[in-house]
Write a protein that binds this ligand. Structure first.
Ligand code: F6R
Ligand code: MG
Ligand code: MG
Length: 401
């Protein structure tokens, strides 16, 4: 008989912050903790951890209820309702921003918050990494994940680990048209990259082991601006990864964030390109031009459905201490490089490639500028109108460029 499968969920939302779009107030995080304490007591969830990156509250939850479960999503929804109440009382900025519907309909999908969930049979030892990004979009994970899972020059495990060598299946989503396709690496590597290179449309949703280990990585891909039908912000996506023993090791997951300075879309007003700044949640306040886009990486072991970090065994009430991978001095150089690259991008001001291309700027005030100017634009090919020409001379005017 196969063991009961555990589900690991992150549900996240930005429901207000102090100051501007910087960070949620500690009372908001406490309110979320209280809701999840009750959910744990009620047996809805096994365990939880509440944290944040920039202005986003992230709820890590483990349970045996499967993905998209009404009670688990309902508990998360309640956390965001309680945090919103506090944000409104304190008159914090953008209070309730990601709460897009009045009534909870059984699932946070399409209601504003983002979610990433994976379900699997817990192995003898189960190391997990939780990535959280702020001021960027789901496809920001594409470059690191393709390097980790497809590039043997990055992940030596793809060459020397028997099970990793069997490759991985990639579920790729077209976030604009709400479609998906599953492709396999290494066989289809070049085609996978040709699709994913268009980061404004395609993003990795899931990566599964082809050696029977199950899910390896899952990303939240709820494109907020599409969900709301208007521009709200980038998704500030999360990514859950299982590590080791036939999957990329912890170090293979973290390496690309030192070796590469990665440019991603988002940053100020969700309309710029900046470099990923790897940091600790404590250092994740967006202090430079509302950014730059930041990414954190926290690690836990899973122990019979419970999270185990550096806290004593059996800790209750979500009082966990994760291993903070990007909070170490090892990443100092990567942070410096990210700031250097971001400053370079800012030197281009409001010009591409500092700002996003026309398609992605659709949700800003840019289309209104174009609309207002419609009647003033004249065709370069149009002949001068006779009535407009005061001179009665019959002489044909020479054409001027
Ligand atoms: C980006 C973000 C911020 C805001 C910017 C303008 O995700 O949250 O960069 O877009 O501060 O915010 P508003 O429009 O609220 O003044
Ligand atoms: Mg915000
Ligand atoms: Mg945010």
């Amino acid at each position: 008989m196969s063991a009961e499968k555990v589900t690991v969920s992150i549900i996240k939302a930005d429901v207000g912050s102090v100051v501007g779009h910087a960070r949620p107030h500690p009372s908001m995080l406490d309110a979320a903790k209280n809701v999840l304490k009750d959910a744990q007591k009620a047996g809805t969830i096994e365990d939880f951890y509440v944290t944040r990156v920039g202005d986003d509250i992230n709820l890590y939850m483990t349970h045996y209820k499967g993905e998209n479960n009404k009670d688990v999503h309902g508990a998360a929804w309640e956390c965001f309702q309680q945090a919103t109440k506090i944000a409104k009382k304190m008159k914090l900025y953008a209070a309730g921003q990601d709460i897009l519907t009045d009534a909870f309909s059984g699932n946070v999908k399409g209601a504003g918050p983002g979610s990433a969930e994976m379900t699997f049979e817990e192995r003898g030892s189960e190391p997990l990494l939780f990535f959280m990004a702020d001021k960027t979009e789901p496809s920001a994970y594409t470059l690191p994940l393709t390097r980790i899972f497809m590039d043997p020059f990055t992940t030596t495990g793809l060459v020397i680990d028997k099970r990793a060598k069997q490759g991985f299946d990639f579920e790729i989503q077209d976030v604009m048209d709400n479609k998906k396709v599953v492709m396999s690496a290494p066989e289809e590597s070049w085609s996978i990259l040709s699709l994913l290179g268009d980061t404004s449309r395609y993003a990795i949703k899931r990566i599964n082991s082809r050696a029977g280990i199950g899910p390896a990585a899952v990303v939240s891909t709820d494109k907020l601006n599409m969900t709301a039908g208007r521009y709200v912000g980038k998704d500030d996506p999360v990514c859950i990864c299982r590590c080791q023993s036939g999957l990329p090791s912890v170090g293979e997951y973290t390496q690309p964030f030192i070796n590469n300075t990665m440019l991603v879309a988002g940053w100020m007003r969700g309309s710029h390109i900046g470099a990923f700044y790897p940091c600790s949640p404590e250092d994740s306040d967006p202090t430079y031009y509302d950014g730059p886009p930041r990414i954190c990486c926290l690690g836990f072991q899973l122990n019979n459905g419970k999270l185990q970090g550096l806290e004593p065994y059996g800790a209750k009430n979500g009082e966990h201490i994760p291993v903070d991978f990007f909070g170490t001095s090892t990443f100092d150089e990567a942070r410096k490089n990210a700031i250097r690259a971001s400053k370079f991008m800012r030197s281009q001001g409001p010009f591409v490639p500092s700002i996003l291309g026309a398609e992605e700027m659709e949700y800003t005030s840019r289309p209104d500028v174009l609309k207002e100017l419609t009647s003033r634009f004249v065709s370069l090919d149009e002949k001068p109108k006779k009535a407009a020409c005061k001179s009665s001379s019959k002489k044909k005017k020479p054409e001027v460029e």
